[in-house]
Write a protein that binds this ligand. Structure first.
Ligand code: PMP
Length: 436
């Protein structure tokens, strides 16, 4: 299998673009260098966001079905007000006493099982996972980490080496061991049993190399592995397997967290377990860069005794105000419930559409996190998925594709997504599939 490292990225020279965009792209490359990528064959120049909508420089509206950062809606007025209010009063760090961070920590921790009773703040999901790894090393004395084989966990050295989806030039690092993603094809004996056995086998591989296990870390919705929420509960035996070998279980909630799965605030709750640590990010600040790590106290005892932690911007006064506003909006606007009802209708609509289009394969979903396999004659077709993504973009709908072969449409809109938005998506997908 050839790994599709960035499905539907812009390819220089492949599609004629307006001269002003060619100039903008050339300037970008000159200034930002060669490592960045742009979405879509015809990159978008977005100038404004509002709710579930993004607007380009000509004022054309695009329905955003891919943005789990602006999770409560782009530029939500309550979040923006909280941010500007706090920024105009005080913007400083956690080395002074400040009630904002404590009020936020209290509200956030109340959303977790009682065992998870400490929270530390960072600026990005990468930093949260990196910190989790440092804490896990201190707690276990081990270094070996288990991830899934198309995982993404971040941009720091340690987390990039855990991010198999970035490609073989980067991952796996020398103490990182990958297990197949939890799908029925990978584990015909049953996902729960097979995935746990794979974790045990990975620990045995480590032992053969003289490496002691430190942690199993997974995105609890397995987003970059193609969205894999089912069967609910399948992660519990894997967590037991890593603990039996002396390692910890880290739930990466950067993707599913903050109500997206509809049934609960956190993806791990779907599996009826309590992780040792939980990393948070993207939707936490609705666009303001904030992230964090929620921890069981006994796990951080060793690290706390030996290290001190300070993150200049992590948990600053503005972050605390923003985080609180995001939680208020999720509660007051019933966004988790909306994710459940609209997400269920969305999944059903896709299943109905699949009756008329052989290209649509399995549909996997939890709330407003949906993954749809795109097939040709029953086989994964990343090229077709990429074409659909670009056709939808031309018709005003923003989406992307994921998975090792890039053939899985990943649908992950802001949580205020409505039934009318679902209808627009399904009608447009039907249209572009008929044209294909
Ligand atoms: N974990 C997961 C599952 C992610 O999807 C991401 C970001 N795509 C990260 C961690 C890293 O977060 P950040 O980009 O904020 O560093």
């Amino acid at each position: 299998m050839t790994r599709n490292l960035m499905p539907n990225a812009y390819t220089p020279g492949a599609t004629p673009l307006p001269p002003e965009d060619e100039a903008r792209i050339a300037r970008r490359t000159r200034l930002l260098g060669p490592a960045y990528r742009l979405f879509y064959a015809e990159p978008l120049h977005i100038t404004r966001g509002d709710g579930v909508w993004l607007y380009d420089r000509d004022g054309r509206a695009y329905l955003d079905t891919y943005n789990n950062v602006a999770s409560v809606g782009h530029c939500h007025p309550r979040v923006v007000a909280a941010m500007t209010r706090q920024a105009s009063q005080l913007a400083t760090h956690t080395r002074y006493l400040h009630d904002g961070i404590l009020d936020y920590a209290e509200r956030l921790l109340a959303l977790f099982p009682p065992e998870l009773s400490h929270v530390m703040f960072t600026c990005s999901g990468s930093e949260a996972n990196d910190l989790a790894l440092r804490i896990a090393r201190a707690a276990t004395g081990g270094t070996g980490v288990i991830v899934t084989d198309n995982a993404y966990h971040g941009v720091t050295l340690a987390t990039a080496e855990m991010s198999m989806s970035i490609g073989p030039a980067v991952a796996p690092g020398p103490t990182v061991f990958a297990v197949p993603a939890p799908s029925a094809e990978n584990y015909p004996e049953g996902i729960a049993k097979g995935f746990a056995a794979a974790v045990t086998a990975a620990c045995d591989q480590m032992a053969a190399k003289g490496i002691k296990p430190c942690a199993l870390i997974v995105d609890t919705i397995f987003s970059s592995d193609g969205v894999r929420p089912d069967p609910a509960g399948f992660l519990a035996p894997a967590m037991a397997a890593i603990r039996a070998k002396g390692g910890l279980f880290i739930a990466d909630e950067v993707q599913p967290g903050f109500g997206r799965t509809g049934e609960a605030m956190w993806g791990f709750l779907r599996h009826g377990l309590v992780p040792d640590m939980v990393s948070l990010g993207k939707p936490m600040g609705n666009g303001y860069p904030m992230a964090g790590l929620v921890i069981q106290p006994q796990v951080i005892a060793e690290f706390g005794a030996k290290a001190r932690y300070f993150n200049t911007f992590g948990g600053n006064a503005v972050a605390a105000a923003v985080g609180l506003a995001v939680l208020d909006v999720i509660r007051d606007e019933g966004l988790m419930q909306n994710a459940a009802t609209v997400g269920a209708a969305f999944a059903q609509g896709l299943r109905d559409l699949a009756q008329h289009h052989d290209s649509i394969g399995e549909i996997r979903a939890a709330g407003l996190f949906l993954g749809t396999d795109i097939l040709t004659e029953g086989q994964p077709d990343g090229t077709k998925a990429g074409r659909l993504v670009n056709d939808l973009r031309r018709d005003g709908i923003l989406i992307s594709a994921t998975g090792p072969e890039g053939h899985i449409l990943k649908i992950r809109p802001p949580l205020p997504f409505s039934m009318a938005n679902v209808d627009q998506f399904l009608t447009t997908l039907d249209k572009v599939l008929k044209q294909a």
